[in-house]
Design a protein around this ligand. Structure first.
Ligand code: GSH
Length: 261
């Protein structure tokens, strides 16, 4: 008889996507758990239930950011992890903190290696500046459409406030959307140009045979885009971008993309 896993990952479900995990931030944690072969279960939450669930689990005071509409209030975000293996439950919020916690607790198959650690930390900022910043306008409307019904009005309102536009105007079909996707391709090309410095046939950012968290960051955003906007993914030929580098990364990380649904 196998016992219930002691580790829980909190994630956002999609009633439409297969698998139902779609969010890039939570994928960053899921890929790490899967890669490290740590038994865990998923608890699926609506955006509206994140705060009360994490507080109830023992995460009060651990929010890592503040609400945009009221910076005096904490903003509880996913991914979050609950570890009930010890005498006291431990709640960890934030994908980087989760990776650090898991590497500490399960040192095998580290995702933030001891060597080149500074570069590993720098990579996320480079990724956000080069690629991440170009994603919200073309992708958020698709993300909105595939998420659970209860989350939709909250997501729409908060993302419209963040980006200063009605969601209908984020990515109107035609020249505006076409230009956004071209820019996104160029951003990914800039990333590919840097990764090419590792030499031909090297798929992973740190240059070794095993992935690190940096690869899981890139893979998480690719999984996000492909799962919420599959038609656009095909139409824009993302599989062919950067000589197939991104399609290759998705293939190479496929074994860690399992979702317990
Ligand atoms: N730096 C955090 C970012 C997490 C994050 O922003 N999560 C979003 C997912 S879209 C969230 O949970 N937002 C809650 C909300 O908007 O209320 C991480 O890497 O975990």
């Amino acid at each position: 008889m196998t016992s219930e896993p002691k580790i829980t990952l909190f994630d956002f479900p999609s009633p439409v996507c297969k698998p139902k995990a779609w969010n890039p931030n939570t994928w960053k944690a899921r890929l790490v758990l899967n890669y490290k072969q740590i038994p865990y279960k998923t608890v699926w939450l609506s955006y509206l239930d994140v705060e009360q669930t994490l507080i109830k689990a023992g995460g009060e005071g651990k929010a890592t950011s503040t609400r945009e509409d009221d910076p005096s209030k904490p903003l509880y975000t996913l991914p979050a992890l609950l570890d009930e293996s010890g005498p006291q439950p431990v709640v960890v919020i934030d994908s980087l903190k989760i990776a650090e916690y898991l590497d500490e607790k399960f040192p095998e198959r580290p995702v933030i290696p001891k060597k080149g650690r500074a570069f590993e930390y720098m990579f996320e900022q480079f990724f956000v500046a080069t690629v991440g910043a170009l994603i919200p306008f073309p992708i958020l409307p698709f993300a909105h459409d595939i998420m659970d019904e209860k989350s939709k009005p909250y997501f729409k309102r908060t993302r419209e406030a963040r980006l200063g536009k009605k969601m209908e105007d984020f990515s109107p079909e035609g020249p505006v959307r076409d230009a956004q996707w071209k820019d996104l391709e160029k951003g990914f090309d800039k990333l590919a140009a840097v990764l090419d410095k590792n030499g031909p046939d090297v798929d992973f950012v740190a240059g070794g045979p095993e992935p690190t968290r940096a690869d899981f960051i890139v893979a998480s955003y690719l999984i996000w885009i492909r799962s919420v906007a599959p038609e656009e993914w095909k139409k824009r030929g993302v599989d062919q971008w950067a000589n197939g580098r991104w399609a290759r990364l998705l293939k190479r990380t496929e074994e860690w993309q399992a979702v317990d649904e």
